[in-house]
Design a protein around this ligand. Structure first.
Ligand code: GDD
Length: 329
C-alpha cells in the first residue's frame, strides 16, 4: 500500500485528492493547522461523506512548525507528498502580501529541506498556478511561456517553483509540478467568484429575491473542475520522471457567462439579480490566462472530463442542498 502526505488537506484540493488517493488504495496522511482541523470537524456535519477525513491520518502540524514537520517526516516514510498548502487569494493587494509571500515561500523551502534530509526517495508534487504567468505575453500559455507574476500570491508561487526546480536539479529529488488554472467545486471557498455566485444563486432561489454584487463581469477565466484536476496531480507524480505540466481546459468563460449559467439553472434571469460594484474590480489582463494542456494530454493521458456548465450546475445544486440543511459556512 502506498502512503501519501498532503499538506493543506482541509482545502478544496486536499479534500478531493484525499478522496481520490483513498479510492486508489493509498494510506493518506494530512497536515493542517489546528484551526483547519476544527473547520473540517464542523464540516463533517455537511454534505460530504463524513468518513472521508476519518479514513485519513490527520496531523495538526502547520508548515512553520519545524519540529513538528521534521518529526513527522523523519518518523513516517511516505511514497508521495502533495504540497497544496498556501495562502491563495489573488485579489489581495500587493502591499498587504507580506504573509502570503513569506509563508508560501518558507513553507515550501522547509518541506523540501525536510524531504531531502530524511526522505530523498519521496516524490513531491508542487502546486504551481497560472498566476505564475500573471500578465502573459501570449495565449494560450504552455510550459514554455515566460513567467510574469503580478500578485503577491503569484510571486510566492513562482519563488516556490524555482526552489522546487533547484532541489530537483541540484539534489535529484523527484519534484513534479502542475501549473493549474482555476479549478472550482462545491468545496471552493466563498471568496472565489464561482462559489460566491453559486451561493448567492442558491440563496436567491430559496428566498425568492435578492442580489449579488460582483466586479468585472467581462473578466474571463479558464475554469475547470477540481475533482478532475487532482487526478492530474497524481498522474504527474506517477510519471517516469519529474516535469512541469500545464493543467487547464483551454476554454475561456466570462463572469457574465458564469452568472447566466448559474441563474438560469434555477429559472432566474441573472440581469435582475447581479449588481456591479467596482470595489471588486481588479486590473484585468490584456492577454487572457488560458492554458494549453497538450503536453499532459499527450504524455500522461489526462484530460478534463467535466464541462463548465456541468460544474456550475453541480455547485448551485450543492449550495441549495447546503442551505436547506441550515449549516452555512
Ligand atoms: N473573487 C472575485 N469576486 N472575483 C471576481 C468578482 C468578485 O466579485 N467579480 C469578478 N471577478 C473576477 C476576477 O477579477 C477574476 O478575473 C475572476 O473573476 C476569478 O477570480 P477568483 O475566483 O477570485 O480567482 P482567481 O483567478 O483570482 O484565482 C484563482 O485561480 C488561480 C488559478 O488557478 C485562485 O484559486 C488562485 O489561488 C489560483 O492560483
Amino acid at each position: 500500500m502506498k502512503r501519501a502526505l498532503i499538506t493543506g488537506i482541509t482545502g478544496q484540493d486536499g479534500f478531493y485528492l484525499a478522496d481520490y488517493l483513498l479510492s486508489l488504495g493509498y494510506e493518506v496522511h494530512g497536515l493542517a493547522r489546528q484551526t483547519g482541523l476544527e473547520y473540517i470537524r464542523g464540516n463533517l456535519l455537511r454534505d460530504v461523506p463524513p468518513e472521508l477525513y476519518q479514513r485519513c491520518h490527520l496531523h495538526a502540524v502547520s508548515l512553520d512548525n519545524l519540529p513538528g514537520l521534521y518529526r513527522l517526516i523523519s518518523q513516517t516514510p511516505f511514497d508521495e507528498c502533495y504540497h497544496l498548502a498556501a495562502s491563495s487569494f489573488v485579489g489581495e493587494r500587493l502591499a498587504d502580501g507580506y504573509q502570503t509571500i513569506q509563508n508560501n515561500i518558507a513553507s515550501t523551502h522547509y518541506l523540501l529541506a525536510a524531504l531531502q534530509e530524511f526522505q530523498p526517495g519521496c516524490r513531491l508534487y508542487f502546486a504551481g498556478t497560472s498566476e505564475m504567468f500573471g500578465r502573459p505575453s501570449m495565449a494560450p500559455q504552455t510550459e514554455e511561456t515566460p513567467f510574469m507574476p503580478r500578485s503577491a500570491y503569484g510571486i510566492s508561487k513562482l519563488a516556490g517553483y524555482h526552489l522546487v526546480r533547484n532541489y530537483r536539479e541540484a539534489y535529484g529529488l523527484f519534484c513534479g509540478v502542475g501549473i493549474l488554472y482555476n479549478h472550482e467545486s462545491p468545496r471552493r471557498r466563498p471568496e472565489f467568484v464561482t462559489r460566491k455566485v453559486s451561493m448567492a444563486v442558491a440563496r436567491i432561489a430559496l428566498e425568492g429575491s435578492g442580489t449579488i454584487q460582483l466586479g468585472n463581469l467581462k473578466a474571463r477565466r479558464d475554469w475547470g473542475y477540481a475533482p478532475d484536476y487532482v487526478k492530474a496531480m497524481h498522474a504527474i507524480l506517477n510519471h517516469d520522471h519529474p516535469e512541469d505540466f500545464v493543467v487547464a481546459t483551454g476554454v475561456l468563460h466570462s463572469v457574465e457567462e458564469l452568472c447566466e449559467v448559474a441563474f438560469s439553472h434555477v429559472g432566474l434571469d441573472w440581469r435582475k439579480h447581479v449588481e456591479v460594484n467596482t470595489d471588486f474590480y481588479r486590473d484585468e489582463e490584456a492577454v487572457p490566462l488560458t492554458g494549453c494542456s497538450a503536453k499532459i494530454q499527450r504524455e500522461l493521458g489526462w484530460r478534463p472530463e467535466t464541462t463548465f456548465v456541468e460544474m456550475v450546475h453541480r455547485m448551485v445544486d450543492a449550495d441549495k442542498a447546503l442551505l436547506k440543511t441550515g449549516v452555512v459556512e
